[in-house]
Design a protein around this ligand. Structure first.
Ligand code: ZN
Length: 238
């Protein structure tokens, strides 16, 4: 927290980076929801014109997909947090048992980053005097001990992002009349994927046009494949 008062510019930059990461994860989660749910409902629509069947599959898919995304995120962030906590704990022990070596270690890190030996030593000493654990966690492990990601927060965010994205194809296929159902859904999905692809590219500072085309291409391919699988399945079974 002390960083905020001493380096307002830096802290602001960090906050912005954190927020952008969240936004980016949200956009990717929504993108996932659009593509997988579009594939699902278009596939069912290839097999049947019964809107209740399409909607049932859509709702079940939405719940299953959102829960699976949230569960996966929960497990992965929990594991990451356990790893970070263990590393911080080890660092804490080392600081208690061999403070001298730890000071040398911190000095070496700042020297490697380009400071002169004397300045590196001073930086290490001053940071150690203030908050040794934070100094080591940040320099050595690249972890901010106050900002470990919450697994529940990450899970909830994925759940929400997938649901928002996934609702688009479900609504777009359920509302229009039967003759234009699949086309309307396809158009809505393309529009949604242009938006998510564009946003993700902008947030990641990547070339926008290529990212959008790739994103739309993947989504359209998924719909084409599942649609024809649905048609073939519908003919074979029905
Ligand atoms: Zn250390």
């Amino acid at each position: 927290m002390s960083a905020v008062s001493e380096h307002p510019g830096e802290a602001h930059h960090e906050d912005l980076g954190g927020r952008l990461n969240w936004l980016r994860a949200g956009v990717l989660g929504a993108n996932d929801g659009i593509v997988s749910m579009a594939g699902l409902v278009v596939g069912v629509a290839g097999a049947t014109t019964d809107v209740r069947a399409i909607l049932t599959a859509g709702i079940a898919g939405l719940v299953a997909g959102a829960l699976s995304m949230a569960g996966g995120e929960y497990v992965s962030v929990s594991t990451q947090r356990d790893t970070e906590r263990a590393a911080i704990q080890l660092e804490r022990q080392e600081l208690e048992q061999m403070p001298e070596q730890e000071l040398d270690e911190l000095t070496a890190i700042y020297q490697k980053r380009g400071l002169s030996p004397e300045l590196a030593r001073r930086v290490a000493e001053e940071l150690t005097a203030k908050d040794p654990l934070r100094a080591h966690a940040e320099a050595e492990l690249n972890i901010d001990p106050d900002r470990l990601t919450s697994p529940w927060q990450a899970a909830w965010a994925s759940f929400l992002a997938f649901t928002i994205g996934g609702l688009l194809p479900v609504i777009a296929i359920a509302l229009p009349p039967v003759e234009v159902r699949v086309l309307a859904c396809g158009a809505a999905v393309v529009a949604g994927l242009v938006l998510t692809g564009w946003t993700a590219a902008r947030l990641g500072s990547a070339p926008v046009a290529r990212a959008v085309m790739r994103n739309v291409g993947v989504g359209v391919l998924a719909m084409l494949v599942t649609y024809y699988v649905g048609v073939v399945f519908g003919i074979t079974v029905g």
